[in-house]
Design a protein around this ligand. Sequence first.
Ligand SMILES: Cc1cc2nc3c(=O)[nH]c(=O)nc-3n(C[C@H](O)[C@H](O)[C@H](O)COP(=O)(O)OP(=O)(O)OC[C@H]3O[C@@H](n4cnc5c(N)ncnc54)[C@H](O)[C@@H]3O)c2cc1C
Length: 415
Amino acid sequence: MIPITNTNNTNADVVVVGGGMVGALTAAALGACGLDVVMLEQKPPPPFDGASYDLRVSALSEASERMLDAVGAWSQIQQLRLCPYRRMLVWDSETSAKTLFDSSRIGKPHLGHIVENRVIQLSLWQQLGEMDNVTVICPASVQALNTGVGHVSVNTDAGEFSGSLLVAADGANSSVRTMAGLSVEGGYYDQHALVATVNTQYPQRDITWQRFTPGGPQAFLPLAGQRASMVWYESPETIAKLKELPQREFIDAMTSAFPEELGCIASVDAKGSFPLQRQHASSYVSPRVVLVGDAAHSVHPLAGQGVNMGMLDAAELVDCVVSSYSSGKDIGSLRTLRRYERARRPANELMIRFLDGIHQIFEPGGQQWLKQAFRSAALRGAEHLTPVNELCMRTAMGLTGNLPPLARGRLPLHV
Ligand SMILES: Cc1cc2nc3c(=O)[nH]c(=O)nc-3n(C[C@H](O)[C@H](O)[C@H](O)COP(=O)(O)OP(=O)(O)OC[C@H]3O[C@@H](n4cnc5c(N)ncnc54)[C@H](O)[C@@H]3O)c2cc1C
């Protein structure tokens, strides 16, 4: 049951704008730590009916799984639908160099889970609905931001809401970020992603596939049962043409473009396309306002890191806010917020550059022979050098670095 509340509770410790996966996790963790939270979302998540699949899926890392578990949402996700994967095969179609990542090499039962975005969001909203100190207002669209001494408020079409801190989790085109005067660097890739949920001839196994071709990467992610999510990165023009193809021709195009090992596609449930951007906010904080998730950074989805990075933002921010609150300090002060920014911005910048680097060495054009030599060396190195292979897996699982409590599976100290 989704809590969509109309309430007189317009004042809180923290106002979260955006109830997507990152905003809802932030609200749930702050609420579970005892703070009063108002979460504002412009549109409710579509209901889960069991029969249809959400086109948008995420490869959730172990760190994200722990965070969702700490706020009580993981068991709900397990009850709805998820698909664990133990192995990931990455290869280059031009050189045939490949790397297999297998979680058993690091003693883990799986590398991660593929979960529909709607399932993650609904499970978090379910938890929010059980917290007396969290109010969800939906629909509510933020239109203006006002910061004053000791408080911040937003005007929405559902009224005015205020708190000591405002968390902007309103996505890549964040209007709160603009209202707070925070700028972003970056732009769009000359590549779109075509995503299709397909019905496969055989039940899926525990492996994800990623192949790099001269046109762009292709990914095949297993879903529960005989479903899979196929992602095809190509030029915007090619993707526009593919999207218009009738079902039979579309299946033929997918079958001939994707590797034979994947077997036959029986039918296509849904397809859609997404422009891809790389952007990073120059600063994550301004007085009483802080950015998390895609509002702070957007990355190329080829390594499935976007929401995992956003969830780590949430974990770090919650730790900073709860420790300030517990020691009687101002949770909206720049001192509190800068601690979060210092922990997350350099880590996110590193990931953005790394993903940009992968995109560049696999993109068409430039000195192909040099790129090919580099790709081959990188994939063979990651395959044969055990420490490199293991480090890649641990990094993708969100298990490296100094992890905040939530990413270790527990809530920061209760206030
Ligand atoms: C093709 C593709 C595949 C991807 N695959 C993966 C993957 O495998 N793994 C992974 O980690 N990431 C993946 N990503 C990235 C991931 O989807 C994003 O990083 C993630 O959705 C960001 O979550 P968010 O909560 O920060 O923002 P969003 O999901 O954009 O949520 C923002 C929310 O704010 C609300 N909102 C916006 N403006 C307002 C307003 N003014 N007032 C109130 N509410 C507002 C919106 O309605 C929305 O619900 C993929 C992305 C793409 C495009």
